[in-house]
Design a protein around this ligand. Structure first.
Ligand SMILES: Nc1nc2c(c(=O)[nH]1)N[C@H]1C(S)=C(S)[C@@H](COP(=O)(O)OP(=O)(O)OC[C@H]3O[C@@H](n4cnc5c(=O)[nH]c(N)nc54)[C@H](O)[C@@H]3O)O[C@H]1N2
Ligand SMILES: Nc1nc2c(c(=O)[nH]1)N[C@H]1C(S)=C(S)[C@@H](COP(=O)(O)OP(=O)(O)OC[C@H]3O[C@@H](n4cnc5c(=O)[nH]c(N)nc54)[C@H](O)[C@@H]3O)O[C@H]1N2
Ligand SMILES: [Mo]
Length: 751
């Protein structure tokens, strides 16, 4: 492993050479390059990477992809094949491969089964695989013994069919990756503004005067957002980063597709970096609210948007009283930010006519995430920065269709209005009892109340908290089923029997009885549009996700029910027509999804319509959590490196942060390392401390990094063994993956 100084800018020549390297290795440069031209273009396919929107068609460049989108494509369009012959080894043997090696075995080519008396996966015919699922599901004592997980890459069509099948079968057990991701944003925002999604469009970024980026590392995880931020910075918009880590990706960006940037050195992005304590954002946001209120006292009538507050909100007086009574000392201590820096940030906020606040996992994966998000809303509402051009809330979504999956019904707590509409359209009485979320699913497996686990994409083993417990949970089941493109570690913790059902990826052509098909996705800003693959399928045995769901449904529910599954699988227009009937906002779906740019779903808060919360947006009062730890303990945030997509490991480098050739590292402030009596580069073990006990991860290299004292950072998913599943966010039950209390000790000697 090599360690260098963190990069001074993102993008640039490094991004070009890294893109070329991964294409050359996986797809071949020519085939990969040609395919990239279809990515995020009209008539082409949606990038299987992040959910950042594409610019409207008249402003969209011919190349609308980033380094990490290219890597996502390379992973999917790889020439390597994980055939039954290649996989003919025991599961124990496969477990010895790293995540990187497992993924690089290549695309799955055939359905595989691991039977009860066997030690490995073997090829199985589709019909037999589907019959095994149908038989097992029909024999359960209750439909609630089955759990149907979804990862956010799944299309609207597949997701809608999946929840429809599950509800016809009789359960609301639909945990999804969103439970571990932006659930806190959904819960937090819907309580105060009546919609659990962001309120801005991409065009709003052309009008904002200030953009706050909180707990997000777009240089790595949403690189196309840097193009947007670059444009904003160039026209004078002020960008502020709130993050314990000074992420190199927010310092400066050299657009790899712009000659001027490549030779000129790039565009400076964030003007202020507030290196907040891990979890200290609620205190910091309250401090900013306090500054704003104090500024209003000093200059009455000039700071707040009084008309908006009076006519369209409730709770202002309570907020003002509570914030007024809050002690500055507490806010400074808990945020870890100086009064001066807070004042500067507040001045940027006050000085800007239009403000957008963006956030991601640094905010959502804490115990008090919901409150923090509602404090963001407080800050925005004070100056009417909501439902106005150039202003609003922008939770930046992860998976490319995670937002769409929820819109079309992947929800363990479905609203009655949705179930009513679904029941009326299809002619059945959907189950009303709420289902399990991701953490609930693990508990249900461990206590024996779940017996079957079906996974529509994703990697439930590695992405979930408390990895060792999840392994035991999955292995206790009667049947595990994975609809996947590539092998991952979840496949290696089989139930008594386990199936891997290989599916088409986004970039591949999807031919059904009714001809070539497209699917639809919804981006982070509620734009719904078509996505159609271009490459020939990785194997003739692959099926599309919608076809697989319909196959499972037929094998389980039989023929003659209210849905003609074969017709649905044959032409997805039928699925879209049903979605249009059930979900508001999809009128003219079939046509509008294929228009350039697609269409935007309705969003009350964007139009200052707060009917969903009684007609007025709500200011809310929150108590600042006390997060100080005893000496010797640190708060660990689990992070993504530049070379991974969640549990898919593209490579072993984290270029921007200067780490090359290894992932078992832990970043800590240099003075803290000394205070702990440890040495930089020393090999250490990590122990997490929770109410339900201690968990250990061994063999990490200790790296000094520019972080506040008391903070630590290490990569997801290697450190998920440390995340206690008992520690979840209040209100959203998201695992607190950015707030693991740990202690660090010299590595125990190994044999
Ligand atoms: N290339 C690539 N793209 C991706 C993904 C990927 O793995 N690879 N994953 C996708 C998915 S599903 C998601 S959800 C998104 C994730 O996108 P991000 O949320 O950007 O991903 P993380 O690496 O989890 O980074 C969280 C950031 O929050 C900061 N942070 C941690 N704790 C705190 C805190 O207490 N306060 C503040 N203010 N900041 C904090 C960290 O330093 C880090 O910069 O990206 C999506 N896009
Ligand atoms: N400690 C810690 N844990 C975390 C996080 C964290 O920051 N820290 N982040 C959380 C977040 S934000 C998220 S979103 C979750 C992610 O959790 P998941 O969504 O469950 O995990 P992924 O790694 O995205 O899933 C990768 C797998 O999806 C399959 N796949 C890829 N493309 C397709 C496709 O087109 N169709 C199908 N059917 N399968 C496909 C492949 O087999 C691949 O191995 O992890 C969460 N876990
Ligand atoms: Mo995510």
């Amino acid at each position: 492993m090599k360690v260098k100084a963190p990069k001074k800018k993102a993008g640039g020549g490094g991004a070009i050479s890294s893109t070329a390297r991964s294409l050359r290795r996986e797809t071949g440069l020519w085939r990969g390059g040609k395919t990239l031209l279809k990515m995020n273009q009209q008539g082409g396919f949606d990038c299987p990477g992040c959910a950042w929107p594409e610019p409207s068609p008249d402003h969209r460049p011919r190349l609308e992809f980033c380094e990490n989108g290219a890597k996502a494509l390379a992973e999917e369009a790889t020439r390597a094949r994980a055939t039954p012959e290649l996989l003919d080894r025991s599961i124990d043997e496969l477990r010895r491969l790293s995540d990187y090696e497992l993924g690089h075995l290549g695309r799955l080519t055939q359905p595989m089964v691991k039977r009860a008396d066997d030690d490995r996966y073997r090829a199985i015919e589709w019909d037999d695989a589907l019959a095994l699922i149908g038989d097992t599901l029909r024999r359960l004592d209750s439909p609630d013994q089955a759990v149907f997980y979804t990862s956010g890459r799944t299309s609207n069509e597949a997701a809608f069919l999946y929840q429809l099948f599950g509800r016809l079968y009789g359960t609301n057990n639909f945990p999804d990756c969103s439970n571990m991701c932006h659930e806190s944003s959904g819960v937090g925002l819907s309580q105060v503004i009546g919609v659990g999604k962001g309120t801005v469009s991409l065009e709003d970024f052309d009008h904002a005067d200030a953009i706050f980026v909180i707990g997000q590392n777009p240089g790595t995880n949403h690189p196309r957002m840097l193009t947007t931020l670059r444009e904003a910075a160039r026209r004078g918009c002020t960008i502020v980063s709130i993050n314990p880590l000074r992420e190199p990706g927010l310092v400066k960006f050299s657009h790899p597709q712009k000659v001027r940037d490549l030779v000129g050195g790039g565009t400076a992005l964030a003007r202020e970096f507030l290196q907040v304590r891990v979890g200290g954002d609620l205190a910091l946001l309250q401090a900013m609210v306090k500054e704003v209120l104090e500024a209003e006292e000093a200059r009455p009538g000039e700071i707040l948007d009084h008309a908006f507050i009076r006519e369209q909100t409730t709770g202002f007086d309570e907020l003002a009283a509570a914030i007024g009574a809050t002690d500055w000392g507490l806010l400074l201590d808990e945020s870890g930010i100086s009064r001066d820096a807070i004042r500067r940030a507040a001045e940027i906020y006050i000085g800007a006519d239009r403000v957008i606040v963006c956030w991601a996992m640094g905010i959502t994966q804490h115990k008090h995430s919901v409150a923090t998000i509602q404090e963001v809303a407080n800050l925005l509402l004070l100056r009417g920065n909501m439902g106005r051009q150039g202003a609003g809330a922008c939770p930046v979504r992860g998976h490319s269709n995670v937002q769409g999956d929820r819109t079309v019904g992947i929800d363990h707590r479905p609203k009655d209005a949705f179930l009513d509409a679904l029941g009326a359209a299809v002619g059945f009485e959907p189950p009303r009892q709420h289902g399990v979320d991701s953490v609930g699913a693990i508990d249900a497996m461990l206590d024996g109340s779940a017996r079957v686990f079906v996974s529509m994409g994703g990697n439930f083993y590695s992405a979930s908290p408390d990895t060792d417990a999840v392994g035991r949970a999955l292995e206790s089941l009667r049947l595990t089923v994975h609809v996947s493109t590539k092998l991952n570690r979840a496949h290696l913790y089989p139930g008594e029997a386990s199936l891997i059902l290989p599916c088409l990826g986004r970039s591949e052509r999807d031919e059904q009885a009714g001809g070539p098909q497209f699917v639809t996705v919804e981006d982070s800003m509620s734009m719904v549009h078509a996505s159609q693959g271009a490459l020939p399928p990785a194997s003739p045995h692959l099926r599309s996700e919608p076809a697989i769901v319909c196959g499972i449904a037929r094998a389980t529910l039989g023929e003659g029910g209210p849905i003609d599954w074969e017709a649905m699988a044959g032409d997805y227009a039928g699925v879209r027509s049903l979605i249009e009937t059930v979900v508001p906002g999809f009128d003219g779906y079939e046509v509008r999804a294929q228009q350039p740019g697609g269409f935007q779903l309705p969003n009350g808060a964007r139009d200052r319509d707060f009917t969903a919360v009684g007609g007025r947006a709500k200011f809310t009062v929150h108590e600042v959590p006390r997060l100080a730890l005893p000496a010797g303990q640190l708060r660990l945030m689990t992070l993504r490196s530049h070379d991974q997509y969640n549990t898919t490991i593209y490579g072993l480098d984290d270029r921007y942060r200067g780490v090359y050739g290894g992932r078992r590292v832990i970043f800590v402030n240099p003075e803290e390392i000394t205070a702990l009596g440890l040495e930089p580069r020393q090999l250490v073990d990590l122990t997490s401390i929770a109410d339900d006990g201690e968990r250990v991860a061994r063999g990490f290299t200790l790296l000094p990094y520019d972080l506040p004292r008391g903070a630590a950072g290490a990569y997801f998913p290697e450190d998920n063994v440390l995340v206690p599943r008992s520690s979840v966010a209040d209100g959203s039950r998201t695992p607190t993956s950015k707030s693991i209390v740990i202690r660090i000790s010299p590595a125990a000697p190994t044999e």
